[in-house]
Design a protein around this ligand. Structure first.
Ligand code: ADP
Length: 195
């Protein structure tokens, strides 16, 4: 059955999904924003595990355990820094979403949550980033059939409104997405109050 795609407003560190994605930097040695929150909640063992990975190029992803997080895994994806849009940013951003989905599929992940990668300190314009994220995820889940639910976890109400609008637009143009949504309404991996 095709995966359900949805957006919620939450702190990603609280989500009870199989894996959460981290918007990491290429050292994987911690930073601010969502990365800082994930490391604070997971505890120092996460930093140790990241150290052993030896970094990750932009556009790729790496996986670790989730340690003290409710999520079993953390997938560390490195998005591009926005440098005006003509430096391969959309392709690099799409690539890190695809890499994260591919790793998730290889590790038997059924439910996965993404933050809005690159839209904080890395300065990627939010609406453009959301468009890339949704398109890349829709594309990638076709070849990772184990994935049942992908959550776009938004930190603010404004961010959520942008994702909901874009997910709705996609559904209108895509009969398959409309059908998936109708099916997905019958069950979700997240508690109803996660919305
Ligand atoms: P980047 O360096 O890739 O831009 P940031 O962590 O600075 O990463 O920001 C990425 C996005 O994550 C931003 O939209 C930010 O609002 C959001 N964010 C920050 N903290 C959290 C959190 N705890 N849960 C979910 N999203 C978060």
């Amino acid at each position: 059955m095709p995966a359900n795609l949805r957006a919620i407003q939450a702190d990603i560190t609280t989500l009870q999904v199989d894996a959460i994605v981290n918007a990491a930097n290429s050292s994987l040695l911690g930073g601010g924003g969502v990365d800082g929150a994930i490391h604070r909640t997971a505890g120092p063992a996460l930093l140790e595990a990241c150290r052993r990975l030896g970094g990750c190029p932009t556009g790729e992803a790496r996986i670790t355990e989730g340690y003290r997080l409710p999520a079993r895994f953390v997938i560390h994806a490195v998005g591009p820094v926005w440098r005006g849009g003509n430096h391969g940013e959309p392709a690099l951003l799409a690539s890190c979403y695809r890499s994260a989905i591919s790793l998730a599929g290889q590790h038997g992940v059924h439910t996965l949550a993404f933050p809005a990668i690159s839209t904080g300190a890395y300065g990627y314009p939010f609406e453009a980033a959301a468009r890339v994220a949704i398109a890349a995820v829709r594309d990638a889940i076709r070849v990772s059939p184990a994935i049942r639910e992908v959550v776009f976890c938004c930190h603010s109400a404004d961010a959520l409104a942008i994702y909901e609008k874009q997910l709705g637009e996609c559904d209108q143009g895509d009969p398959r997405a409309r059908r998936d949504k109708a099916r997905a309404g019958r069950g979700s991996a997240l508690p109803p109050d996660a919305n």
